[in-house]
Design a protein around this ligand. Structure first.
Ligand SMILES: Cc1cc2nc3c(=O)[nH]c(=O)nc-3n(C[C@H](O)[C@H](O)[C@H](O)COP(=O)(O)OP(=O)(O)OC[C@H]3O[C@@H](n4cnc5c(N)ncnc54)[C@H](O)[C@@H]3O)c2cc1C
Length: 471
């Protein structure tokens, strides 16, 4: 266990004022905001990982060689020292006793808390796939040579024992994958899952010149956030450079030899040789440390607008919670970095006695595949779900790999997809977030030259403030 802060005053106290589980977007943001209001209270951050901290959206850029390990931290060591925050690395929480207000680590340590934040994020989903290990051929009872197969299933636990199969959700995963590619001189990689993490991985592998095979269960990649036109542009781009996208398909059996992946068979029957497979079918809130029903779960942890769980003095934020989706107008899990930071800040302020409300957020993601940037936000694929009062504006140029789609419901933008040119995405995000009535500018909002100047005057004033600025 690495202890970053030399200040051991908390050991003399029986009760720690603020215990935070998780040292990433939500956890560090909470600690920073607690310290703004409470200069003296003891703060401990516990993390199961051995790294100071790192920007999770950058781990694929580390594989691509665009970001070094030195530059992947989003908080320097001074952050913990200057704010008197005691960080415990390699300190995994096993469970929480909400009655006695104790956090119990895997090593058996008990930490008493006054206020607790659960910000331990998500956990990768590992689908049930058969592993077929071949063993040497032996003579059977009829005198013939026969190969025995020893079937098992992949799991989070046994993934480490098979060379060439990885998940990609932590910096440690990224370091292992990069090393494996370099050492084994890997030329092609298979990715199970064509969602955000799968495509982020593909972005990195294509960047370093590997061929990719993406295997996606649904009928197109990024099906949760893209529509058909958008998915087609990205799929065609990937395939035009000699890579493959297998849709409506999944891996049925993985073949292993000497504890190493050698190939796999798709449900459609195709057998693909492979020495590197990334499992990227998604993440779900990691609620495994909660084992009593005082903290209500509904997929993720249920919180109110102040990031309070249903248990007094216990707060939660980030990928582990369900929070308000302001576009869908319902609670759900939206696992993206900026929302985790914002929720962590709200939790921290309220833990320290402040009164800050979380107003909700919406999904947004951005990827660049082989030089084609893309962004989707809000309900970008909404027309099937909500036909009523929905207006769809589209601009599509297949040859230029350009696509823009704006979905307007009851005069407010609720979703945007941009492919090929993502300039001004921030303006659309602002219009969604601030629920601006666009009825007077509806003719302009899909134009390539749409910009601040076309926005309603009142909103423009709100966006741009400062002496000498006239808009
Ligand atoms: C490959 C990849 C690419 C991504 N790209 C983007 C992107 O481009 N844009 C975007 O907005 N979002 C992206 N995301 C999502 C984004 O990274 C998450 O939404 C964000 O990291 C959530 O922050 P968090 O603090 O809730 O949890 P996490 O970042 O998951 O951190 C959880 C923390 O809890 C700790 N922890 C977990 N379990 C325990 C335990 N039992 N005991 C103690 N500590 C524990 C971990 O060590 C870690 O410190 C990406 C995610 C991945 C995996």
């Amino acid at each position: 266990m690495i202890k970053l802060n030399n200040n051991t005053s908390h050991r003399k106290n029986k009760i720690i004022d603020y215990v935070i589980i998780g040292n990433s977007a939500a956890g560090t943001s909470a600690a920073e905001n607690i310290r703004k209001l409470d200069k003296k209270g003891s703060i401990i951050i516990l993390t199961s990982e051995g790294y100071l901290n790192y920007s999770k959206p950058l781990i694929t850029y580390y594989i691509a060689g665009k970001v070094s390990l030195e530059r992947i931290n989003f908080k320097k060591e001074e952050f913990y020292k200057c704010n008197n925050i005691y960080l415990e690395l390699d300190s995994r929480v096993k469970h929480i006793d909400t009655i006695k207000k104790i956090v119990i680590t895997v090593s058996g340590r008990k930490i008493h808390f006054n206020k607790l934040l659960i910000a331990n994020g998500g956990k990768p989903i590992i689908p049930e796939i058969k592993i077929r290990k071949s063993s040497p051929r032996k003579v059977n009872n009829t005198g013939r040579l026969e190969r025995n197969f020893n079937d098992n299933f992949i799991s989070l636990e046994n993934l480490n024992n098979i060379k060439g199969i990885y998940k990609l959700t932590t910096l440690e995963d990224a370091i292992k994958i990069k090393k494996y590619i370099e050492e084994k001189k890997i030329k092609s990689v298979s990715i199970l899952g064509g969602g955000l993490i799968g495509l982020k991985s593909a972005e990195a592998f294509l960047e370093v010149g590997l061929k990719v095979n993406i295997i996606e269960l649904s009928n197109r990649i990024m099906s949760a956030t893209f529509d058909k036109e958008a998915s087609d542009i990205i799929e065609n781009t990937i395939e035009s450079k000699g890579s493959n996208v297998f849709t409506n398909d999944t891996i049925e059996v993985i073949y292993i030899n000497k504890k190493k992946i050698i190939s796999y068979k798709l449900r459609s029957g195709k057998k693909v040789e492979s020495s590197l497979l990334i499992i990227a079918v998604g993440v779900k809130p990691d609620t495994s440390i909660i084992n009593d029903d005082s903290i209500q779960l509904s997929n993720g942890i249920t919180v109110d607008n102040f990031m309070r769980t249903t248990q007094e003095d216990v707060f939660a934020a980030g990928d582990v919670i369900n929070s308000y989706d302001m576009v869908l107008n319902k609670e759900r899990n939206i696992a993206i970095w900026p929302l985790a930071v914002r929720q962590g800040a709200v939790a921290g302020i309220n833990m320290a006695g402040g009164n800050k409300k979380y107003c909700g957020g919406f999904f947004m993601n951005s990827i660049e595949i082989l030089g084609i940037p893309s962004i989707s936000m809000g309900m970008a694929n909404a027309e099937n779900d909500m036909q009523k009062n929905v207006k769809i504006l589209k601009d599509y140029n297949n040859e230029r790999n350009f696509y823009k789609k704006i979905i307007v419901k009851e005069d407010k933008i609720i979703g945007v997809i941009m492919i090929g040119n993502i300039e001004r995405a921030g303006i659309y995000a602002g219009l969604i977030k601030n629920k601006i009535d666009v009825s007077n500018i509806i003719e302009d909002i899909n134009g390539e030259d749409f910009g601040i100047i076309q926005l309603p005057l009142k909103y423009r004033k709100h966006m741009v403030v400062g002496e000498g600025i006239e808009v």
